[in-house]
Design a protein. Structure first.
Length: 266
């Protein structure tokens, strides 16, 4: 799979779909890689030129020295879109990927067609939470938090019914670079977009999980209320709702992204 040499780092990506189809970028959550979107690909690549990438420090992307910032992570997306000739594109990000999406909406709205923000917050957690997470990972690596992540990411119902899926995601966390994970935690600790997201003019869909303790529905509703015209959807799932409610999620996202954009002139 291809590697792009951009923005001072090597970013691993995959692009699928017809070359003349509308562009769509998918951005992963903390502790995962772009395989987290596997369930969405059969539907999305029918309609879009889909660019998936592993956020800096994750998957097979380079672990450049941290801490990272969302200015850096957002510019990675813009450079990668340029590298793959996407031009304008829609963007769908979950958790950390959703924060990247908000950064793009604020700073690069002219590049965006539509914006989907999933299981995310304009301010996720607080300094104490992130400092504690960083300390645990620094001492024990990402393997030390993998089991706990599964309890936050999926409801007990899903963990019992789909243990093989949960195990695959646990393996993904365990194989995430400790340094890359910490560098992204530091970016999440510092970012606060609560006052800035009102400037987003891109049509937006916000999706939250009813049982998500990491970025609860209140976080999603706040985003939807602050972004003019944004829609809000809540699914019966925890944090990784694109996996736990993959059929409903995929259909909602596909339907939203395929709607024609209405402009004032029309």
């Amino acid at each position: 799979m291809p590697i792009a040499h951009i923005n001072g780092g090597h970013i691993h990506y995959q692009i699928e779909g017809a070359a003349n189809a509308p562009g769509l970028v998918l951005s992963n959550s903390l502790g995962t890689n772009f395989a987290m979107w596997d369930a969405q690909m059969p539907e999305l690549r029918k309609h879009f030129r889909v660019l998936r990438y592993a956020t800096r420090g994750h998957g097979q992307s380079e672990v450049t020295p941290g801490p990272y910032s969302f200015d850096q992570l957002g510019r990675d997306v813009l450079a990668l879109a340029d590298e793959t000739d996407l031009g304008t594109f829609s963007f769908c990000g979950l958790s950390m990927g959703g924060v990247t999406g908000m950064w793009l909406g604020i700073h690069a709205g002219k590049r965006l067609h539509r914006l989907v923000l999933c299981s995310t917050g304009a301010k996720i957690g607080n300094d104490e939470i992130w400092d504690a997470r960083i300390e645990v990972v620094r001492k024990g690596g990402t393997k030390s938090i993998a089991a706990g992540a599964m309890e936050r990411w999926f409801t007990s119902r899903f963990r019992e019914s789909s243990p093989e899926v949960v195990e695959r995601m646990k393996h993904m966390v365990e194989n995430t670079s400790t340094e890359g994970y910490i560098a992204c935690c530091e970016a999440l600790r510092e970012v606060d977009l609560r006052e800035n997201i009102a400037a987003i003019t891109t049509p937006a869909l916000v999706i939250s999980g009813t049982h998500d303790a990491a970025t609860p529905p209140a976080d999603g509703r706040f985003i939807a209320q602050r972004i003019p015209g944004a829609r809000y959807v809540e699914l019966d799932a925890a944090h990784l709702l694109n996996i736990e409610q993959q059929d409903r999620f995929t259909q909602d996202v596909s339907d939203f992204l395929r709607e024609p954009r209405v402009t004032a002139a029309s």
